[in-house]
Design a protein around this ligand. Structure first.
Ligand code: ADP
Length: 240
C-alpha cells in the first residue's frame, strides 16, 4: 500500500466554549481518489477540511499529509508544508485580479521558490482548455473559466491533495457539471487526489465516494452513490 495522501488518526477538535466540532475522526484518503464530504450545516465539514489541510490544529489526534505529521509542526513549518503539498479551490476562485492567467497558475510555485514544471503546468492548462487565455486577466473570464484557472493553480505544485470548498457554488448548472467532470478527469487521468466539501448531491455524485458527517463524526461512506441516493440520505438526516 502506498502512503495515503491524507491520514487522520482519531482527530478531535474542540472550540472555545466546549463545542466538539470533530469527535475522534479517523480517515485515510488514498491517492487518486475523489472524495466528497456532505452533511447538515454544523456537522463539522469545514472543521474537518481545515484540520485535514493543516489550516487548523486538532485538539487531539494526528494529521498526516503525504506521510508527514503536520499536526506536530509549528505554524511556520506547517505553512511551508501546506504550500508545497496541498492545493485549494474555493467557491469564489480567489485569483489575483492584477495577474494574467499564466502568472496566476504559477504563483504557488513562485511563492514556494520552486521551478515551474512547464510540461506539467502546460498539460493542465491544455486539459482545462485555457491555453488560448494565458494572457487574459481574471476579469476577462467567465466564472467557469476562472474556476478552471483556479484548478490549474491548485494542481500546479503537483500536491498530495486538493481541497475544494463548494467549488461550484457560484456557477450555473451547466458550468458546474463541466467543472466537476474536469475535477473527476484530473483525478482519473492524472492520478490527483481531491477532497470536496459540498451540499449539492449532484456535485457529490461525481466523486468516487461520499462521506456523510453528523455531529462531528463520519457516519457513512457511500461508494459511487447516485445524486438521488445522496439527496434522500441527507433528507433523512435533516428529519432525524
Ligand atoms: P459545517 O462546515 O458542517 O457547517 P463547521 O465545521 O463549520 O460545520 O462547524 C461544526 C461545529 O463547530 C458547529 O457547531 C459550529 O457552530 C462550531 N464552530 C465552527 N467554527 C467555530 C469557531 N471558530 N468557534 C466556535 N465554534 C465553532
Amino acid at each position: 500500500m502506498s502512503v495515503p495522501a491524507v491520514l487522520l488518526e482519531s482527530v478531535t477538535k474542540e472550540y472555545r466554549g466546549g463545542v466538539r466540532a470533530l469527535d475522534e475522526v479517523s480517515l485515510a484518503v488514498e491517492r487518486g481518489v475523489f472524495i466528497a464530504i456532505m452533511g447538515p450545516s454544523g456537522s463539522g465539514k469545514s472543521t474537518l477540511m481545515h484540520c485535514a489541510a493543516g489550516l487548523a490544529t486538532p485538539t487531539s489526534g494526528k494529521v498526516l499529509i503525504g506521510g508527514k505529521e503536520i499536526s506536530a509542526l509549528n505554524e511556520t513549518r506547517r505553512t511551508q508544508w501546506r504550500r508545497d503539498h496541498v492545493g485549494f479551490v474555493f467557491q469564489g476562485y480567489n485569483l489575483v485580479p492584477s495577474l494574467t492567467v499564466a502568472d496566476n497558475v504559477t504563483l504557488p510555485l513562485r511563492l514556494a521558490r520552486r521551478a515551474v514544471d512547464r510540461a506539467w503546468v502546460g498539460a493542465l492548462v491544455e486539459r482545462v482548455g485555457m491555453r488560448g487565455r494565458l494572457g487574459s486577466r481574471p476579469s476577462e473570464l467567465s466564472g467557469g473559466q476562472q474556476q478552471r484557472v483556479a484548478i490549474v493553480r491548485a494542481l500546479a505544485t503537483n500536491p498530495d491533495v486538493v481541497f475544494a470548498d463548494e467549488p461550484t457554488g457560484a456557477l450555473d448548472l451547466r458550468t458546474s457539471v463541466q467543472v466537476l467532470d474536469l475535477l473527476r478527469d484530473l483525478v482519473d487521468q492524472f492520478g490527483q487526489t481531491v477532497v470536496m466539501v459540498t451540499h449539492d448531491p449532484d456535485a457529490a455524485a461525481r466523486a468516487h465516494q461520499t462521506l456523510v458527517m453528523v455531529d462531528g463524526r463520519i457516519v457513512d461512506t457511500l461508494r459511487a452513490p447516485t445524486s438521488e441516493q445522496l439527496a434522500s440520505r441527507l433528507t433523512s438526516l435533516q428529519k432525524g
